[in-house]
Design a protein around this ligand. Structure first.
Ligand code: ADP
Length: 182
């Protein structure tokens, strides 16, 4: 978890590699669907370009599919999901049916000014001024409550300072998860 530009993709990828499990990024899956011009991609595009969230049922359909893949049976890292309490509840239901629960939620902390600077430098098609502003608002209003929901449901939320060198931040995550990730 973390605001746009917090480094979820970078850190999620390193974490998944060190754990030897797949990483699923809902943002990447949606962008791939757009490149391929699928109906999912076309539907998602209008939300993403406006900095809005893609509807929960669409996202839950995607996540339900990826976590049931054979490669995901030994675990997975989710990146950019869940972003709403409805998604978090949906994920809990999916996992419950598998007799599993989340090991941890990693929350990457980065200040708004740093976020704006990073996103302006990155320049993805949804990294325009208006969209960045809207995505930060949506993060505060819709995604922040997910962290409280996890706190209340006894899932460990590991807060990590997301400013520093990539390897340093990965080290902080590994230490806090206590699994000997490199
Ligand atoms: P960032 O976190 O930098 O905004 P992402 O790639 O995670 O980048 O997300 C890009 C966009 O994709 C979001 O602004 C949103 O429109 C859509 N999206 C990704 N994941 C979700 C999700 N779990 N729920 C709803 N929309 C999502």
């Amino acid at each position: 978890m973390g605001p746009p530009g917090a480094g979820k993709g970078t850190q999620g990828d390193l974490l998944a590699r060190s754990l030897g499990v797949p990483r699923y990024s809902t943002g990447d899956i949606l962008r791939k669907a757009q490149e391929e011009g699928t109906p999912l991609g076309r539907e998602a595009l209008r939300y993403m370009d406006a900095g809005e969230l893609v509807p929960d049922d669409v996202i839950l359909g995607i996540v339900g599919e990826v976590v049931s893949r054979p490669e995901a049976q030994r675990g997975f890292v989710l990146d950019g999901f869940p972003r709403t309490v409805v998604q978090a509840r949906g994920l809990a239901g999916l996992l419950e049916r598998r007799g599993e629960r989340l090991d941890a939620v990693v929350d990457l902390l980065v200040e708004a000014d740093e976020i704006r600077a990073r996103l302006e430098a990155r320049g993805r098609s949804d990294d325009t001024d208006d969209t960045i502003r809207r995505r930060l608002e949506v993060y505060r209003a819709r995604t922040k409550p997910v962290l409280e929901w996890y706190d209340d449901s006894d899932v460990e939320v590991v807060s990590i300072d997301g400013v520093g060198l990539i390897q340093e931040i990965q080290q902080r995550i590994a230490e806090r998860l206590g699994r000997g990730c490199s």
